[in-house]
Write a protein that binds this ligand. Structure first.
Ligand code: SF4
Length: 512
């Protein structure tokens, strides 16, 4: 009987088949593949500053152009670890083609990334941005969009040191040392007579060591309470050592309020934008970028949580990268401060930067709230405000407020003449006496200009473009390319990683 089943036919398969002419890697790579763009872009730029980082002598080194291409292509294809890149160099034809079949190991890759690129990657990045300008992809005459995001540091999530707790521990040592001294005096006043420390307020490890030595000598041979003896032993063993440690940690902390023990340059930040981390407190860095058409024009890494103080250093870095500041800057309310408006004005940058409550002040509830100083009418000619009852609030005094960055903000204080018995009192002013308000005339002027700009047709266009332009870039890098944690530790190295991410992003965008 004849079977209906057709004969199964397989294609030829022989992995051990020898080829007469082995194919070249170049033939196997698509004409428009991103690896070719990486190769072409890096071939176009001057890497002299990078070459200068190599000292002569010793064994030969892998060419810096090769290493740079491989690293950028690694960051472009979501391979951020040096070990993964090392593996890819042996397994992935794109990496093999790019490296010309050279196989630097993970140590070489890592050393190149964290040591050779230090201080020179920004110059490489700058050249790539200028290529983009030349090609007409971006223009310095168009708006740059600025925003920041927190990226987790490569540090243990639980080994934090808080500035506040260092102060508390220091205070505790001062108090207990004073108590020990008082106890010792109660037993050996004569012996301690000439050794009393100048004060217990300004102590350091050496002073504490000396004071405990003096107490020890004075109490030697005397009958001492067991608990006090234990306390003294503990103090001798731990307090000088701890005070040295606190000094070191405070030095590393600088103006910040926390550090991580595993990466002292990282600061504990609330990861608000990262839905995966759900607003948790993590050791992190604040990565600021400015973009145009989703190309990254400049990047900076900061150790502070707030965005306000990052604007000026970021703009300076942008000027270094582009040779000038962009003519228009668009940013959200996190950057809107008097100091920043003044800075942008003095540098000829047109600001479309929101201020706090910009959106709220457009609401009916806000506009009709008599308690808000912003809603009071100001008479520039007479330099007075009018309260909701029409009473003139006249100038009483000026004061100066110094911000954390040292900026001096002038404040003017105005006071109503008589609030007694006013029917509006409950809603307008809850305090005792006549209502006073405090305003910064300069900020008032800036806000009025910015308000008009942001509500103009151009302003509305910029406002709607901002999330699409800059916020989307963070989304692409963090969500699409899964970069959520830096691989390296320390500010300098993290800045290199941020640069590699920015370079990879720009090249990826060129390819698209
Ligand atoms: S409480 Fe004082 S400031 Fe307020 S509306 Fe009355 S008079 Fe004016």
């Amino acid at each position: 009987m004849q079977s209906n089943k057709s004969k199964v036919v397989f294609k030829d398969y022989n992995p051990k088949q020898n080829m007469l002419l082995p194919p070249s890697l170049d033939e196997l790579i698509d004409e428009n593949h991103s690896v070719r763009v990486v190769n072409q872009v890096i071939d176009h730029i001057d890497i002299d500053p990078l070459i200068k980082k190599f000292k002569g002598g010793g064994t030969s080194s892998y060419h810096p152009r090769l290493m740079l291409k491989v690293l950028i292509y690694g960051y472009l294809t979501n391979q951020y670890s040096s070990r993964k890149i090392e593996d890819a160099l042996h397994q992935n034809i794109h990496f093999m083609w790019l490296s010309g079949m050279s196989y630097p190991d993970h140590n070489t890759i890592n050393r190149f990334r964290s040591e050779r690129l230090k201080g020179v990657l920004k110059q490489v990045f700058s050249q790539v941005v200028l290529l983009l300008v030349e090609a007409g992809h971006v223009s310095l005459k168009e708006a740059a969009y600025l925003d920041g995001t927190k990226i987790e540091a490569n540090a243990n999530r639980y080994t934090f040191v808080w500035g506040r707790s260092i102060k508390t521990h220091r205070e505790k040592i001062k108090r207990q040392l004073k108590e020990l001294w008082a106890y010792a005096e109660s037993i050996a006043r004569e012996e301690l007579k000439n050794n009393e420390p100048e004060d217990f307020e300004h102590i350091d490890a050496e002073k504490v060591r000396q004071t405990i030595d003096n107490i020890d000598k004075a109490l030697s041979g005397k009958e001492v309470d067991k608990k006090k003896k234990q306390k003294l032993n503990y103090a001798r063993r731990n307090w000088p050592k701890n005070l040295d440690k606190y000094d070191e940690q405070e030095k590393q902390m600088g103006d910040r309020n926390s550090i991580s023990k595993t990466d002292p340059d990282a600061t504990f930040m609330r990861m608000k934008e990262d839905h995966m981390l759900n607003g948790q407190l993590k050791p992190a860095y604040n990565w600021q970028i400015s973009t145009q058409e989703q190309f990254i024009l400049g990047y900076t890494i900061h150790q502070t949580t707030t965005d306000t103080t990052t604007l000026q250093p970021h703009m300076e870095s942008l000027e270094e990268t582009l040779g000038q500041m962009p003519e228009i800057l668009v940013a959200d309310a996190g950057y809107g401060s008097e100091e920043n408006y003044e800075y942008l004005e003095s540098n000829g940058v047109e600001a479309f930067v929101k201020y706090n409550y910009f959106h709220k002040e457009q609401t009916k509830k806000w506009r009709e709230d008599p308690a808000r100083a912003e809603n009071l009418h100001y008479n520039e000619h007479l330099d007075c405000f009018y309260c909701p009852m029409g009473q003139a609030m006249t100038f009483v005094k000026a004061s100066t407020r110094t911000t954390t960055t040292g900026y001096k903000q002038q404040k003017h204080h105005y006071q109503a003449q008589n609030c007694t018995g006013c029917p509006m009192r409950g809603v307008c002013h809850a305090g005792k006496g006549n209502r006073t308000i405090e305003v910064s005339p300069k900020l008032m002027r800036y806000k009025s200009v910015i308000r008009q700009k942001l509500n103009s047709e151009q302003g509305k266009k910029y406002r709607s473009q901002r999330p699409v332009d800059v916020e989307a870039v963070f989304g692409i890098i963090k969500n699409n390319h899964n970069f959520r944690r830096f691989m390296l530790r320390g500010l300098d190295k993290v800045e290199i990683e941020a640069g590699l991410l920015a370079l990879a992003h720009n090249i990826r965008k060129m390819v698209n």
